[in-house]
Design a protein around this ligand. Sequence first.
Ligand SMILES: *[C@@H]1O[C@H](CO)[C@@H](O)[C@H](O)[C@H]1NC(C)=O
Length: 353
Amino acid sequence: MRLRKLYVAILHFTLLHLVSAEIFSAITAGIAAAATGLYYSGRCYVGECCHQNHMPADFDRMFTKFDLVLDVCIFVVELKKNLESKMFGQHIAIKTIVNALKHHWSSDHIQKPLTISLHGSPGTGKNYITAFVKKSLYSKGVDSKFVHHWVGRIHFRLEEEVTKYQNNLYSWIKGNVTMCGRQLFIFDEVDKMPAKILDIIKPMIDYNERVEGVDYRQSIFIFISNTGSAAIVDTYLDFWKNGNRREGIKLKDFEKIITQGAFNEAGGFYRSDTIKSNLIDHYIPFLPMELEHVRMCIVQEFNIRNVTPSEHQIQNVLEYIEWGPNPENVFSKTGCKRLSQKVAVISAAGDEY
Ligand SMILES: *[C@@H]1O[C@H](CO)[C@@H](O)[C@H](O)[C@H]1NC(C)=O
């Protein structure tokens, strides 16, 4: 009897000891994790760091530095692959943007922030491509705190508030870049913003090593607008009428008209210093969408819903599309915009539609 009691006691003791060792190591691990967490939140501020773990682009730059991967930025390869399979009919945009990003964050000699201006009619993919850029630059993608997306008609609506908007913009951009140089600033609907707002950012996107002690050169600015789209359509239509293949048209066929268009049409770049002083690195035309591209968008929308569409279903969606300009009527007036709602209805209805 005694012996058994002793035995139980020993067992208890051992168990207790084991358990407490477990608890002890758990506590230690906890403290370590908390300490690491504190260290990171101190350094990184709310869970996202200005450093390679959260910036795939930066990580790949490290690789290239050590010559492990020659001239290959994985994030750029990934982005290119994604765009080529998911974006239709915009070979100029894909090529220019991919190359510009690749150069900007892998070069040791950048002299100014990267500034890209996207032009084209609605539904040609300007916002679509921007979403891919966000995802490829930051592991948190659209939710990254390094991504800033302002929309003309929402954030800068009132003509009489221009000074306030300018002051806000200046302090936000400055504040964010001070914390981390690798920021992405997107100005959407530039043509719907009161003119002059963007003049405030001119020193920031200029060839300056520092502006009031802040170095802006790592950051990226993307401007999106419909300005110049009529000229883009005209230029491309001429090209098309001469029997050329779409893929044959080059950026240099457009650059001049876009600059003039953005300069002359009303909106955020109207008679702007930014344009006058050539601070935009790339003007990128988005070509009008033809039947074959709209079809591909439609099929993709069905596929997203795990539906392989019948020809009948595709035709049903196509019926909603208006074509222009007269008399050729070969470009979708709304590009691939709002297809998703149409496809949703038709794919839900199945064969009866
Ligand atoms: C960073 O930018 C956001 C807008 O995207 C702004 O609300 C915020 O105040 C800025 N942060 C600093 C420190 O200026």
